[in-house]
Ligand binder design. Sequence first.
Ligand code: 4AD
Ligand code: MG
Length: 441
Amino acid sequence: MNSPITTISEIGEHDGQTVTVRGWLYNLRESGKLLFPIFRDGSGVIQGVVPKNAVPPEVFDAIKGLTQESSVIVEGKVRADKRAPGGFELDVSNVQVLQRVPEDDPFPISLKEHGVDFLMDHRHLWVRTPRQAAILRVRAEIIKAARDYFDDRGFTLTDPPILTPAACEGTTTLFPVDYFDEKAYLTQSGQLYIEATAMALGKVYSFGPTFRAEKSKTRRHLTEFWMVEPEVAYATLDDLMDLAEGLISFLVQRCLEKRRADLQTIGRDVSKLENVKPPFPRITYDDAVKILQEGHAKGAVEAKFEWGGDFGSPDETYISSQFDKPVMVNRYPAQIKAFYMEPDPQRPELALCVDVLAPEGYGEIIGGSQRMASHELLLKRIHEHGLPEEAFKWYLDLRKYGGVPHGGFGMGIERAVAWICGLEHVRETIPFARTLHRLYP
Ligand code: 4AD
Ligand code: MG
């Protein structure tokens, strides 16, 4: 096979020419003397046409009865066809089967329905199916877009450590690691470290894996997830909300622009994403509590929500279902939030923080705040939260040597992907999900 090698996504540039495609057999329809193999190569799928009387017998015989996911190199002439899903078909003239999947041990994931546990046990193979591949492409686009958003706005990427001596987001979800003779933990968030780099560089962000020993089984929690976290010197809560709103709109519009076909493969109703543009509604925690209490009076919310409590998933779902854009809920009671949040000077019982809840019931995708400025108050909070002062000495230094108002937020990539793709569960948003009961494959 001497024809130029192309990917299926770029095959349109070769209309009328003979090309070589390297991939796998996705499916095969046979009708007598005509074979319709569908090939995939990771960039897309294309249907081949193999008439018995138009190809050498060995080519026809190699494709006839070929098993799903056998690896193949095929040569053929590209032909535009309006009815074909990608707009083109391949008139196959030659084929080389690299590895034939045995008939008696077929590819485990057939085109029929499978249970989720079965699919997750075969995740290493499940990722080959078009819908899962489309989700991974959208994920990659979201990551690229998030980096572009910050890179193009004067932010410097600074990578925080993954092995850390202390907790950032509460001591109940720490993953301990033996670090020679010391106890260490996998990071829950890069925030504390990028507060330091923000004091050096002004506007910074981190993007990396984060870990939480979440013992609950929910649609929204992973034990290992990826977070993008900006941190900005001199930023106020309003600045952070502007930044969050800008970021989310940018990600959604980028996916609509570049990944529309993938979103269609996934089955996403993209009309719901079209109007995700600034401004987003901004409501206070107090307003959100009112929404829940009114919902309870109408019979739409089960339990009566008391001021001071934290929102559970059903609460967030109800609040966000009142809006068709992400809603930014700000100023939660300090009691239910992290130790490092700046109190609201108007009402010190509140924290200057924001949670962004995605529409369509997706709940929190971003959490952020202004950071505590006072050395004295921060030390008090560290003690109140039962955190080891020793491990936070460097963090307290940031309040001693030229402390400034500052803040940032974290966006969970998997939560963002789940919402933008319209998925029920975050486990499909990452190549190999880690949850309470899953460490394999
Ligand atoms: O709200 P969280 O806990 O905030 C922080 O970690 C801050 N230190 C971030 C910051 O201000 N720089 O987490 C931030 C986001 C959540 O909104 C959610 O999207 C995601 O991280 N997240 C999870 N995603 C998947 N599985 C989990 N177990 C998650 N926990 C948080
Ligand atoms: Mg949060």
